[in-house]
Design a protein around this ligand. Structure first.
Ligand code: IMP
Length: 181
């Protein structure tokens, strides 16, 4: 049986298994606990892509915490435009809160660098970043996630919430674009 996934015009092959993601997310939950166990942090999940990661990460955090959701638009197809538009704003005051932004993937980093600057103007007590994936070779700004799952090559990936034009968010593992298309 082939493990190749076809989505629209692109083919993807298995890259990070579901078990490996689960183990990494669990470890991140432990790391968050050592820092936030008594701080009632507010997680801010960046929709749409981070919804699966955020759902698992929150359940790996066995201490009091809250979650809010924000939606930013910055991406079309399989290359980043770098444009940032907040579509849904935050409805929770951040002043004095310990905030952890939860993002699926850092590619150029442009989306997050704008967003983090904006959040900082709301005077959180602290502001940190938890990401599942980062493409170090694609970074265009100096962003260093405080909690990071996997460093990956500068290739397009899907699954576990990440999409290609709407497809593949439901895949339980992460798949990478094949060289032969
Ligand atoms: P950045 O501003 O270039 O860092 O782009 C970040 C956003 O682009 C992420 O939140 C994703 O929604 C999307 N993105 C970046 N790389 C990929 C990828 O390989 N697959 C799917 N979406 C991606």
């Amino acid at each position: 049986m082939s493990n190749i996934i076809q989505a629209h015009d692109l083919k993807f092959k298995p890259f990070i298994e579901a078990d490996s993601i689960a183990e990494t997310v669990k470890k991140m939950g432990h790391a968050l606990k050592t820092e936030y166990a008594d701080k009632n942090p507010l997680f801010i999940c960046v929709l749409n892509g981070a919804f699966v990661f955020a759902a698992d990460l929150l359940r790996a955090c066995d201490f009091p915490c809250e979650i809010a959701f924000v939606r930013l638009a910055s991406y079309q197809g399989s290359s980043s435009t770098g444009k940032v538009t907040t579509i849904f704003g935050l409805d929770v005051p951040l002043k004095g809160r310990h905030v952890v932004v939860v993002e699926d993937i850092v590619d150029s980093g442009l989306t997050l660098s704008h967003f983090l600057k904006e959040l900082n103007t709301l005077h959180p007590a602290s502001l940190k970043l938890a990401v599942l994936l980062i493409k170090p070779d694609a970074l265009q700004v100096d962003i260093r996630p405080d909690f990071c799952g996997f460093e990956i090559p500068n290739e397009f990936v899907v699954g576990y919430g990440l999409d290609y034009d709407g497809q593949c968010r439901n895949l339980p593992a992460i798949f990478i674009k094949t060289d032969d298309q």
